[in-house]
Design a protein around this ligand. Sequence first.
Ligand code: URA
Length: 204
Amino acid sequence: MEEKVEKMKAITEEVVNLTASPLYNERIKNEVHPVVGEGSYEADIMMVGEAPGKNESLTGRPFCGSAGKILDELLKHVDIEREDVYITNIVKDRPPMNRDPSADEINIYAPFLDRQIDIIKPRILAPLGRHAMRYIFYRYVDESFKMTISEVRGRKFKAKFSYGEVFIVPLYHPAVAIYNSSRKDELKKDFEVLRSMIKEKLSY
Ligand code: URA
């Protein structure tokens, strides 16, 4: 455990000092924070969002704004405690005006995500939304993976990671449900996949 804490601290320090990032100057100008991640270092489930929004960059915590409220509701729906999950984003600094992260931004931050996966060693990796989904499939499943988030959401994909077998369960990004209650119903149903996996004691 101590080793995990040390490794995560090193990542935080590197992200804080990532002057090479195209988002670094924006962070300094706006006097906001990067968001490295939060949750249990022993988590079975790791969730990966897109990038911090306004509230997240102000607090340094992932999913603490309106998308976070929906995420909390979804976790509650499936009896999963937020504290038991590790939550992070693929991009650790807020893109201006909440625009989509660029390929350059994803490329510069993705190695931190890879290291976080290697520290937490989750049995279930749940990308939230298309950006995290695309990267995780490209990196860990198949470089030519072309499916869309609507085709893969709520499904389980077995993948081989350096530390063992992992189930990738892509989910819609919780923000899709902010103004769309039918999307929230779909999200609730997809999250139930996580509950059954946990209930079956990860013997999928
Ligand atoms: N959206 C994300 O993708 N991540 C956050 O932390 C907040 C909103």
